[in-house]
Design a protein around this ligand. Structure first.
Ligand SMILES: CSCCC(=O)C(=O)COP(=O)(O)O
Ligand SMILES: [Mg+2]
Length: 260
């Protein structure tokens, strides 16, 4: 893996960094070994407990829309369980996982794992005038809960907005990065995407974005190739920037509207 000093944010013009969660800002194993099982064992109980309510109907409608075929609770549950078991990034599952996890955070049973280099990196970019966004397959509600419940405190004030499958599209699709750039009103060359997944980075690069691959030391998967690579966010913030302020614009889910 390279830890090259060539990693740089754009020198001029609007600048924003878009960060992945699982495997990048937070631990892959925490998502897969804690969050996913927590939701998996509660899929059926959640549907039973919420039967007939608006959120229950929203999930059934989402499964119907996603598959193009009508589903009742039993057939929707069967699909949701299949998707969960295969880690399929299907929006209806991601929405339901987020609803279930919300209960876990509220009960103090869950927390969002965030690596210690992440808060100072976000602080640095904020001070530098670089906008900070999250793009994850997890629902926006799940992303907010994750960053709102970390060992480093509530990190949401350090973030300008969130993108997910429903607002941007699949993460391995270049059109999703074009959609985010359009939403932010920014040229792709002024955007940096940081992720642990090569296919996502390839898609962002295809859309004209700058890319950096992350492979955390506790992550045993093979290194991502074809992109600048780092083991933490620290190399990305080692250079003092000119500090040009860039207000987020567009229809993305925006945090801190006065924070620019
Ligand atoms: C707290 S967000 C949960 C992450 C998740 O559900 C997921 O599938 C991981 O996707 P990512 O795009 O963050 O790698
Ligand atoms: Mg990831």
């Amino acid at each position: 893996m390279s830890h090259s000093r060539r990693v740089r944010l754009p020198e001029n013009g609007p600048r924003a960094v878009v960060l992945d969660i699982e495997g990048t800002t937070g631990s892959l194993s925490h998502v897969r070994d804690v969050l996913f099982p927590y939701a998996r064992e509660r899929l059926a109980p959640w549907l039973t407990a919420h039967r007939g309510t608006a959120p229950w109907q929203q999930i059934l409608d989402a499964v119907t829309t996603h598959t193009g075929a009508a589903h009742d609770e039993a057939s929707a549950l069967a699909l949701l369980e299949q998707w969960a078991d295969a880690d399929v990034k299907a929006a209806p599952l991601k929405t339901l996982q987020g609803l279930i996890w919300a209960g876990g955070y509220a009960a103090g049973e869950l927390y969002g794992h965030v690596y210690p280099d992440v808060p100072p990196a976000l602080e640095h970019w904020k001070a530098q005038g670089t906008s900070r966004f999250i793009y994850s397959s997890g629902s926006i509600a799940a992303q907010r809960d994750w960053f709102g419940h970390t060992a480093h405190g509530d990190l949401r004030p350090l973030l300008d907005g969130y993108f997910d499958l429903t607002t941007a599209g699949p993460k391995a699709d270049a059109d999703s990065y074009r959609a985010i750039a359009a939403d932010l009103g920014r040229a792709p060359a002024g955007l940096l995407f940081v992720s642990d997944v090569g296919a996502e980075l390839d898609a962002a690069a295809e859309a004209g974005w700058r890319t950096v691959a992350v492979r955390r030391p506790d992550d045993e998967r093979p290194a991502v190739t074809g992109h600048e690579a780092v083991a933490s966010l620290t190399p990305l913030v080692s250079r003092p920037g000119p500090g040009r302020s860039t207000a987020p614009v567009g229809t993305h889910t925006q945090e801190n509207p006065s924070d620019e």
